[in-house]
Design a protein around this ligand. Structure first.
Ligand code: HEC
Length: 161
């Protein structure tokens, strides 16, 4: 019975991720500098959806701490983190993915939340509500991470803005 339960649980957790060929949060491989070289899904990210995620409070909410090109006029963008307008000049795709997945591998002790991680969570919601996290689910799905990375890759300084 117990075995069956374990099998079922494993099925529920792993089968959907196998179908989507997604890397589960606990299986992500980081380089020693915190970069993640392999796409989490193998599906190219959609920068437009990335923008929605980055600027939606319930999703990435990157805007709470960062500003970027085109975000200046949005309400409530923050300056706790660096301006991202030219971040692709500083980091390549693998580094950007690593930062979004779990910034703590790149910046130790950062306040930036880990968006694709289920261990040792610091969730932005917890700080605001004081309630403990109930579900162990990453803040963003694997494809949402890829979409945000695709957006970040567009943040290259052109010198004209
Ligand atoms: C709670 C605040 C906070 C949130 C929310 C947040 N970040 Fe950050 N982020 C930071 C801080 C602070 C840093 C600087 C790293 C450090 O701590 O030294 C940073 C660094 C970064 C960097 C590296 C910038 C550089 O110039 O090296 C990227 C890229 C980044 N964040 C992207 C994002 C994205 C994308 C999101 C949303 C999915 C996000 N951040 C959400 C606080 C935040």
């Amino acid at each position: 019975m117990r075995k069956l339960f374990v099998l079922c649980t494993a099925g529920v957790v792993f089968i959907p991720s196998m179908l989507g060929a997604e890397t589960a949060p606990q299986d992500v491989v980081f380089t020693e500098h915190g970069a993640v070289e392999e796409s989490l899904t193998g599906v190219p990210g959609d920068p437009e959806n990335g923008l929605k995620i980055a600027t939606t409070k319930k999703k990435g909410n990157c805007m709470a701490c960062h500003t970027a090109k085109g975000w200046e006029h949005m309400p409530l963008h923050g300056n706790i983190g660096p301006n991202l307008s030219d971040v692709a000049n500083r980091h390549d795709e693998a580094e950007l993915r690593g930062i979004v997945v779990n910034a703590k591998h790149t910046f130790h002790d950062t306040v930036m939340p880990s968006f694709y991680n289920v261990d040792n969570l610091i969730r932005p919601g917890d700080g605001f509500t004081g309630k403990p996290a109930k579900e162990i689910k990453p803040l963003l799905s694997a494809q949402e991470v890829e979409d945000v990375v695709a957006l970040l890759k567009t943040f290259k300084e052109s010198g004209s803005e």
